[in-house]
Design a binder for this molecule. Structure first.
Ligand code: SF4
Ligand code: SF4
Length: 342
């Protein structure tokens, strides 16, 4: 993989060179401890040392509310797939969120391609950046603390400079545009990169064993753990909204007041909502909170493994940080494991 060195003092100018490749979106601070990806007028507002954004990248490629098509009694249907947003460069994306996007690619870009998703995905350039984990991160346990694909460029902090990995031909175009700011990698840079990798590895405070978890979940299908967690859960759906890999949506029609026209839309849904599994005739096949939260864990750690060969959790910690009652995915998994003393 091609690598180059970017001195830190050249970062603002380097970011400026990215602007012709698309609308720049960066991590910014939105409150004392909260961050979001968004646009800035002043590059000094970029928050490079952010922990995690409230919403992950899915907000760009799988929008919270999205118009699928417009309809009109007089003129018929009109798809909106082509009317997607402008090209974007999303700068400063952490490895776990890049993995989150790769999981969405499997879902929306697999056997059945979702045109709305892929139209936006194809217009999103990803510039990744490494990070130091906090107490909520467990991406080392999920194997998502490092990326070798899924980005156009990836910047690793090696002290006075960034080591920049080039992941795609678009990334190569980007570094060519900023050629005068970059230099070749030297031996001292390689050593600094190795030291940084070790420091990062040693910074993880939270770990959980995920080996054999699908089998353990099958064995613990009727565990008391689900009842205990279900008793606490508020069914608010926050964990699904902030999760980089939750992708359920509901489809609904919005009619204009005159009734002759309107639009079909989809919006993020959550399997934690009480009416998520409500079907025609009034039957709800997951009527209680225990079964709904169990379903979420089974889908991520069991069903997704059967279907795609990997769990759909990237260890970002958002569901714990934002859960109003402090339900902690790591603790739930540890409790399940302890029930069969693995
Ligand atoms: S955020 Fe917490 S309380 Fe809300 S649905 Fe998820 S687990 Fe339940
Ligand atoms: S389940 Fe929780 S920790 Fe895992 S990816 Fe989703 S929000 Fe992050």
């Amino acid at each position: 993989m091609k690598m180059v060195i970017l001195p830190k003092e050249s970062l603002p100018e380097f970011i400026g060179h990215l602007c012709p490749f698309g609308e720049l979106h960066v991590p910014v601070k939105v409150s004392e401890k909260s961050y979001a990806f968004g646009r800035v007028n002043d590059l000094s507002d970029i928050e490079l040392n952010y922990t995690r954004t409230i919403l992950p990248l899915k907000k760009y490629v799988f929008k919270p509310v999205d118009v699928m098509f417009n309809f009109c009694a007089a003129t018929g249907y009109e798809t909106t797939v082509e009317e997607t947003d402008a090209k974007r460069v999303i700068f400063g994306v952490h490895p776990c969120d890049i993995h989150g996007l790769k999981i969405l690619d499997l879902v929306f870009g697999g056997k059945y391609v979702d045109g709305y998703y892929s139209a936006r995905r194809n217009k999103a350039a990803i510039v990744g950046m490494d990070c130091i984990p906090d107490e909520f991160c467990f991406c080392r346990s999920t194997g998502t603390d490092f990326v070798d694909t899924g980005f156009d460029l990836f910047l690793s902090d090696i002290g006075a400079s960034y080591l920049v990995r080039v992941g795609t031909s678009l990334g190569d175009d980007m570094i060519r545009a900023a050629d005068s700011l970059l230099r070749e990698v030297q031996e001292q840079d390689r050593q600094a990169y190795k030291r940084r990798s070790t420091q990062r590895r040693e910074s993880f405070q939270t770990e959980v064993q995920l080996q054999e978890l699908p089998e353990i979940m099958d064995l613990e299908y009727d565990s008391e753990v689900w009842r205990r967690v279900g008793d606490k859960c508020l069914s608010c759906g926050t964990c699904s909204m902030v999760c980089p890999t939750c992708y359920c949506y509901a489809v609904f029609d919005e009619l204009d007041l005159a009734g002759g026209s309107g639009r079909r839309q989809r919006r993020w849904d959550s399997c934690l909502f009480k009416d998520y599994a409500l079907v025609a005739g009034g039957h709800n096949f997951r009527p209680d909170r225990d079964s709904r939260i169990k379903n979420r864990y089974f889908h991520k750690q069991r069903g997704f493994v059967s279907q795609h060969g990997r769990p759909s959790c990237v260890g970002c910690g958002r569901c714990k940080v934002y859960c109003l009652v402090g339900i902690d995915i790591v603790e739930v998994i540890k409790e399940l494991r302890s029930e069969i003393r693995v």
